[in-house]
Design a binder for this molecule. Structure first.
Ligand code: NDP
Ligand code: 8X3
Length: 254
């Protein structure tokens, strides 16, 4: 049986692009997200286009019980054949200084980016361990390497992902499980629309005057890393648009 790649946040952006490239290369998929219509659409599109099995699970990664119960519903043959976990679901909400931040925004980021990633990892890694091989990708960010004005809690959550990648690598090395931390810079997905709560003008202005990354750039890189020889692991990658030097230094054409 062909292996499965388990992708969280597969309803848009990096996750959806990863689903496409892995399916195109013959991998079966387990796709998760909260928007069921999108999951249904992606499932039928990919399974009709490529000769692969596409399983979907609709849950909010912040809800521990939903994560574990959802994963439990997968057929045993599917669970036992998971080869790759891509911990991608995540978000930024707001960009206020620390004394003006909304607690609800902070909770959403911490619960999704850190706790959600942990719940999914806890549920999936035992299957990889059982197979004595596997690969975990954690989608962190340039915000997990640097901090910037108004980035406070989002940056903290992505620094936590960076730390968890290092920690997982130690915990899983005896089981032949690779752990790769991916740290993208500015990529135009639904990310900024979510961060600025549907304000399309502000979201668009994030990418004014330069060519940002697109989701496919990240998916292509993940697929490359996933297909290195068994004895080769790429631990950590920072991927930026050519016009971006740091989280805040961007060359923009005026
Ligand atoms: P998108 O907003 O396009 O995609 C985010 C995905 O995460 C969606 O599929 C969404 O699905 C899912 N998601 C969000 N919250 C939850 C939740 N509570 N439960 C389940 N799924 C959830 O953004 P990107 O593709 O850009 O973001 C993917 C990852 O990359 C994130 O972790 C982000 O922090 C990170 N990143 C993004 C960068 C960028 O510039 N775009 C740069 C660096 C890192 P649904 O709404 O259906 O639940
Ligand atoms: C997303 C990139 O620079 O907006 O993680 O934090 S940034």
């Amino acid at each position: 049986m062909e292996k499965y790649v388990f992708i969280t946040g597969a309803t848009s952006g990096f996750g959806e692009a990863c689903a496409e490239i892995f399916a195109k290369n013959g991998w079966n998929l387990i796709l998760t997200g909260r928007r069921i219509e999108r999951l249904n659409h992606i499932q039928s599109n990919l399974s009709n286009t490529y000769d692969v099995d596409v399983q979907i699970l609709c849950f909010d990664v912040r809800i521990e019980e939903a994560v574990f119960k959802g994963i439990e519903t997968l057929p045993n043959t599917v669970k036992q054949n998971i080869g790759i976990l891509i911990n991608n679901a995540g978000l930024a909400v707001g960009r206020s200084p620390i004394d003006e931040g909304l607690i609800d925004d902070w909770d959403r980021m911490i619960d999704t980016n850190i706790k959600g990633l942990l719940y999914v990892t806890r549920a999936i890694v035992p299957f990889l361990k059982n197979n004595k091989e596997g690969h975990v990708f954690n989608i962190a960010s340039i915000a997990g390497k640097e901090v910037y004005a108004g980035g406070n809690v989002y940056c903290a959550s992505k620094h936590a992902v960076d730390a968890l990648s290092k920690a997982m690598r130690i915990d899983l090395v005896d089981y032949n499980i690779k752990v790769t931390n991916i740290a993208p810079g500015a990529a135009e997905t639904e990310f900024s629309l979510v961060r600025f709560k549907g304000d399309e003008v502000t979201a668009k202005s994030v990418y004014d005057g330069f060519e940002p990354l697109v989701a496919k750039d990240i998916a292509d890189t993940i697929y490359f890393v996933a297909t290195r020889p068994k004895h080769v692991t790429i631990n950590d990658l920072t991927i930026m648009p050519t016009a971006q030097a740091t989280a805040t230094v961007i060359h923009r054409n005026s």
